[in-house]
Each structure stands twice: as C-alpha cells, then as structure tokens.
Design a protein around this ligand. Structure first.
Ligand code: ADP
Ligand code: MG
Length: 294
C-alpha cells in the first residue's frame, strides 16, 4: 500500500512553560494515518489539542517527541532545509478561524496572488493561477473588490483561493467555519467538499459542528491531547454516551435514533449521520413491525 500522506506515531507536543508557569502537554501519544484524498474531520472540545495538531502539520510548531511525516517530509528532522520547509508549507495549506487575520492585500486578486508570488511564480502563470483559484471558490466576480466589503463566508473562500493558488495537496481548516453564519458555513463546506471530491484534495476539517463532520470519510475525536476514538461518522456518532462524557453532542438526527432505542424501539444499525439515513431506519422498523403484526 502507498505511504500515507500523514503518518503520526506517538506524536507529542508540549508548550514549554516560562517564568514559573508549568509545561502544558497539549498532545500526547497521537498515532494516526491519513491517506491522500481523504476527508477527515477532527472533533474535540476547547483545549483538547486540535489546533496544536494542525500547527504541527506544517511545522508552525515542531514535534516534541514521536514521529511525524507529511507528504514524504520528516517533520522531526531538526535539519530540514529552508527549501523543504517552503515546499511543505506550500503543500499543506491552512485556513484559520478569523478570516480578517488572513487577508493581507487591499484587493481580492492581489490577496490570492500573494502566496504564489512569494513562491516566485512568474507572469502570466501567476495571473492564470489567481483566476483559476477564484473561479474554484466561486469568487471570480469579486476579483477587484476590497476584501473588507465581503461577508465572512466570502472572505474565507478568498483565503482558500489564496492557498489553492499555491497548488497544495492538502487543506487544513482549523475551525474556519466557526465565525461564520449558516450561509457562510455552507459556502465554505460546499467548496471544500467539492475540492475533495473532484480534485482529490486531502482535507482536514477541524470543527465544532457535528453536522459538518457528518460529511467526512472519517472522524477523529481528540480529547485531552489523545485520540479518543475514530471511525466513519456512523461509527463515531453511534458512541453517543462516550461523546457526551467529553462534552460533545451528536447530530440531532443521531440523538433522535438514540432516544428512540432507549424507549424500546428496535432500530437497526445504519446511517445515523444524515436525516435521510435516520428516516430510512425508522421506516424499516415500522415496516417490520407492520409485517409482524399483520
Ligand atoms: P483546541 O484547538 O482543541 O482548542 P489547542 O491545541 O489550542 O486546543 O490547545 C491545547 C492545550 O494547549 C490547551 O490546554 C491550551 O491551553 C494549550 N495551549 C495552546 N496554545 C498554547 C500556547 N501558545 N502556549 C501555552 N499553552 C497553549
Ligand atoms: Mg483550536
């Protein structure tokens, strides 16, 4: 089998205390593989280590111990060349929570050009990349506008375009939808789902929103710096009590299935991550009962 895109083995990171403050072991013993083209959602309550994990992936932070390879780069190699570091950063693009902190230029297209320009991409390729990236996120018509006139969702899509213009292999969204309204959240989620499906982009989506995680191929739940569980959305959401114990709620439809079972309605295993799936489970149970009684 091909080497995983991300390979973490007993990965740990500790924020060093200074001036009398204690060390904070933010990540402990994380072992995880992520394949190229996967869409992985990362869940966990505040302070569980999600952002720390994200920041290790392109060496904003350096691992304290363990192993970490990303796109063939050994991120624990202290002698990594400047060239490799730039290549890694280009390959793993990050979008953060606050769209206002990520836009650097006063015109949208200049903002999108900023990254590739710094990589030395010459004209006319630069122009082409900017146009393609803006088209991909559905923001072409805003190319000449000032970013501060845009909505939160539009700003995040411009931020994503700026990364796409560097031709990354992987997109890491660290609660990039957290500050957006429902429309903005949907715009961003639809954009990254399409990039994943159509272009095979590896996506790591750190989110608080269970219904966003439901679209992932796999969910990884982090708690207190370690991986609590991982699996398909159906597998993870079926462990409702364990999630509740660490302060996480399952999507409403999965909660409904849980409560129906609890009052004695026999529902089969199945797709509890979507409304359609849950409706199907309930319908099947009715039909069975009808057959048994009829
Ligand atoms: P999450 O993104 O899941 O909310 P973080 O990775 O930001 O969690 O934080 C994990 C732990 O590390 C928390 O206890 C947090 O307080 C601590 N932490 C985060 N950033 C720093 C920092 N720059 N210095 C010291 N401790 C930090
Ligand atoms: Mg965070």
């Amino acid at each position: 089998m091909a080497e995983p895109f991300i390979h973490a083995e007993n990965l740990a990171f500790t924020y060093k205390g200074s001036g009398g403050t204690d060390d904070i072991p933010a990540l402990k013993n994380v072992t995880l593989d992520i394949q190229k083209g996967e869409f992985v959602a990362v869940l966990g309550h505040n302070g569980s280590g999600k952002s720390t994990f994200a920041k290790l992936l392109n060496l904003i932070l350096e691992p304290t111990s363990g192993k970490l390879t990303v796109a063939g780069f050994d991120l624990c190699n202290k002698d990594m060349s400047e060239e490799d570091l730039i290549a890694l950063r280009r390959c793993v693009g990050m979008v953060f929570q606050n769209p206002d902190n990520q836009l650097v230029a006063t015109i949208v297209e200049d903002d999108v050009a900023f990254g590739p320009e710094n990589l030395g991409v010459p004209m006319p390729e630069l122009r082409e990349r900017v146009e393609n990236a803006l088209a991909t996120v559905g923001m072409s018509e805003f190319a000449e506008q000032e970013p501060h006139h845009l909505s939160g969702g539009q700003k995040q899509r411009v931020a994503i375009a700026g990364i796409l213009a560097m031709h990354p292999e992987c997109l890491v969204l660290d609660e990039a939808t957290a500050m957006l309204d429902p429309v903005g959240r949907k715009e961003v989620l639809d954009t990254v789902r399409r990039l994943n499906r159509e272009d095979g982009m590896t996506v790591i989506h750190i989110t608080h929103y269970m219904n966003e995680a439901a679209y992932a191929d796999r969910i990884v739940v982090i708690n207190d710096g370690t991986i609590l569980m991982q699996g398909t959305p159906d597998e993870v959401f079926s462990r409702r009590d364990e999630l509740r114990a660490v302060g996480l709620e399952v999507p409403q439809c999965a909660e409904l299935i849980h409560r129906l079972r609890k009052i004695g309605i026999p529902l089969e295993e199945g797709n509890i991550s979507s409304i359609e799936g849950c409706a199907e489970l309930i319908l099947r149970s009715f039909k069975k009962e009808g057959a048994a009684n009829g």
